[in-house]
Design a protein around this ligand. Structure first.
Ligand SMILES: [Zn+2]
Length: 91
């Protein structure tokens, strides 16, 4: 799905509709792991493998992409979930 580079939407800090630049949110890197992630790593390491089977069937085929909207008037950014699509390009 093609998504516009700019869109006119509500800005909470300006309290009105303004033109926003659209970016995709980067996934980034996890710096510290949560307790559950550390425990999972400990359980999976060594002999034995998965403690319980991985989920293979999913109700949804697609995922929602996170969009970063930057206000052109005040410069503030807000994150909003995008539409459900398999592929998304911002043009
Ligand atoms: Zn604004």
């Amino acid at each position: 799905m093609k998504f516009p580079k700019e869109m006119r939407t509500y800005c909470p800090s300006c309290r009105k509709h303004t033109v926003h630049k659209v970016h995709r949110e980067s996934k980034g890197t996890a710096r510290s792991q949560s307790w559950g992630q550390r425990q999972y790593k400990r359980v999976v390491s060594g002999y034995g493998g998965q403690p319980r089977p991985k989920q293979k069937s999913f109700a949804k085929v697609t995922k929602k992409a996170n969009l970063v909207l930057e206000c052109t008037e005040c410069g503030k950014k807000q994150v909003r979930t995008g539409p459900r699509t398999k592929k998304m390009s911002i043009e």
